[in-house]
Design a protein around this ligand. Structure first.
Ligand SMILES: [Zn+2]
Ligand SMILES: [Zn+2]
Length: 548
């Protein structure tokens, strides 16, 4: 009897770090290897990647990693995975080009086994056969992935919308999705990001109207900020600039990297001689210049953030500049974005943002597109993924309206272990999963304990205490030394703490004073209790004992 196991290691119950394992007999396949961005309380953490210990335990079974498209939440953990897993990576031409550039810039790899695919290819990977199916999204060359198994087709939609007037003229392969539905889709793992939005997601092309209005009215330079990976948006910015006789310069590493990669594989066409170097922008009049830049999310080191603080040496904001926010805030980034906007306004820029201006559309389908995906593929089971619990449950309600029974709707969390046979689908024991935090060192492994310490330091500060003893004689030498950083010190508090420690330590006997490690612990506890009792604060306390 055929059995297929599906286990998400990321991307279920959250939007980010997408990664799912599919197993059949002795063969395992991973779909996507993405990262997510840290929340505000993760001090110093730059990115979050899935814990891949389950893959490392089963490395001998792993046959490959299949990528749906080149967004960070689908490829951002690839370098980390390939450091531990020696497997081929499958993806479309643009996906692999962006992934390769990113991996080789950030880490050292002697050899990467990258295997490009095209929509409609059928590729044998172990006992699986995979077939990519082209779908429209906010990056070109995105695909749904059909995996043929002994229990039928397991279909990952990847991120998709059904854009019927796409910028590159390439339509989603609806016919093929329908054929797969007729052949027999057993499980559909479907993007649920925009399930709360009724109707249809507007076409990427609708942004053109918003851009043209701005281009007609702007008298100075136009700065457009969008995700560097949003190649369709970048294309529209170039086309619009060309139409209005402006030149385009690029500011920001990821914008530069993504556009040049897209040009190299023919997914971005630069019209005429539109592209100029940022350094040369000064030789053009202000109303002849467009700057494409990163920093839509208020990232502190992005080009736009630096410009807003007058810390970007290559370009300064001027009175009369128009700044176009062609993106939507990712929840959690709002404060940083508004700070950047306010600084830009203060410098005299006209900042254009918000849905009223038609300058941004989502890359994810709304309710009707999701229903269309379900209708075409007619899956036996639906598992909403790429969504938080609220999205997954909303999806379930909508699928019920479409006639699906509760038993055929599967809400998965990361680590869930779904078993699918010809007759049924059920959960088995969960697999190991979790998150791995990466800070500026670039080396993964910032632990939760470390995060807790950073949180405490940030909110309450730190107290250092050094006590000198003569362990042979079993007595204290002088007074304890007390220093603090980041602690709101009340009048006389530190000297009171010193006195208190001295009094309490004097009560210890000879043997207590010889055991330096328990003495350090004792000092820490005394100090913490004292500060809590005095003023209800809990700074981190670091106590050291010097034996002289
Ligand atoms: Zn995406
Ligand atoms: Zn995504």
């Amino acid at each position: 009897m055929s059995v297929v196991e599906i286990a998400p290691l990321g991307g279920c119950g959250e939007i980010g770090k997408n990664m799912t394992v599919v197993r059949q007999g002795g063969d395992m396949l991973v779909v996507d290897a993405g990262l997510s961005f840290p929340s505000a309380e993760m001090h110093g953490v730059e990115l979050v990647i899935p814990d891949i210990s389950y893959l490392r335990e089963n490395a001998q079974m792993l046959r490959g990693i299949v990528l749906t498209h080149a967004h960070e939440d689908h490829i951002g953990a690839l370098a980390y995975c390939l450091q531990h897993l020696n497997v081929p990576v499958y993806g479309s031409e643009l996906t692999l080009a962006i992934a390769k550039r990113k991996i080789t810039e950030d880490s050292r790899f002697d050899e990467l086994d990258l295997r490009p695919f095209k929509s409609g290819d059928r590729i044998e990977i172990g006992s699986f056969e995979i077939e990519p199916v082209f779908v429209t999204h906010s990056i070109p060359d995105a695909h749904a992935i059909a995996i043929r198994t002994g229990v039928g087709i397991i279909l990952f939609t990847g991120d998709f919308k059904f854009d019927f007037s796409p910028i590159d003229g390439r339509l989603s392969d609806l016919a093929r999705l329908g054929e797969l539905g007729n052949e027999g889709v057993t499980v559909l793992l479907c993007d649920s990001t925009n399930i709360e939005d009724p109707g249809w997601c507007p076409s990427e092309r609708s942004v053109q109207t918003g851009f043209e209005k701005i281009f007609r009215e702007a008298e100075g330079r136009i700065l457009i900020t969008c995700f560097g990976s949003n190649i369709h948006r970048v294309q529209q910015a170039f086309d619009c600039a060309h139409k209005f006789g402006r030149k385009v310069a690029i500011a920001g590493r990821s914008m530069d990297r993504n556009t040049s990669t897209a040009v190299s594989v023919g997914k971005l066409r630069i019209p005429g001689q539109t592209l100029i170097r940022l350094e040369d922008a000064k030789s053009w009049r202000n109303d002849e210049v467009v700057i494409l830049t990163t920093g839509t999310q208020g990232e502190p080191l992005s080009a736009l953030s630096l410009m807003s603080r007058s810390e970007y040496p290559r370009l300064q904001i001027e009175e009369g500049d128009t700044v176009v926010y062609s993106a939507k805030p990712i929840p959690g980034n709002e404060a940083a974005i508004w700070q950047t906007v306010n600084r830009l306004v203060r410098q005299g820029a006209n900042v254009i943002y918000g849905s009223a201006h038609s300058i941004h559309v989502s890359g994810h389908g709304y309710q009707e597109e999701i229903k269309m995906m379900v209708s075409l593929t007619k899956p036996q089971y639906i598992a909403p993924v790429h969504g938080e619990p609220r999205h997954q449950f909303r999806f379930k309600k909508i699928a019920e309206q479409m006639g699906y029974q509760e038993d055929n709707l599967i809400i998965m969390e990361n680590g869930d272990h779904l078993i699918v046979t010809q007759d049924e689908a059920y959960f088995s024991e969960p697999v190991p999963c979790g998150r791995v935090l990466v800070d500026t060192s670039g080396t993964p492994g910032v632990s939760d304990d470390l995060l807790r310490d950073r949180g405490n330091l940030a909110s309450s500060g730190i107290v250092f205490i050094n006590v000198a003893i003569d362990s042979d004689a079993g007595k204290l030498i002088g007074k304890p030394e007390v220093l603090s950083r980041g602690l709101h010190v009340l009048d006389g508090e530190l000297s009171a703490l010193t006195e208190h420690l001295q009094t309490e330590l004097a009560k210890l006997d000879h043997a207590d004073l010889r055991d330096t490690s328990s003495l350090q612990q004792e000092i820490g506890e005394l100090a913490r209790a004292f500060l809590k009792q005095q003023s209800n604060r809990r700074p981190m306390v670091v106590a050291t004992v010097t034996d002289v």
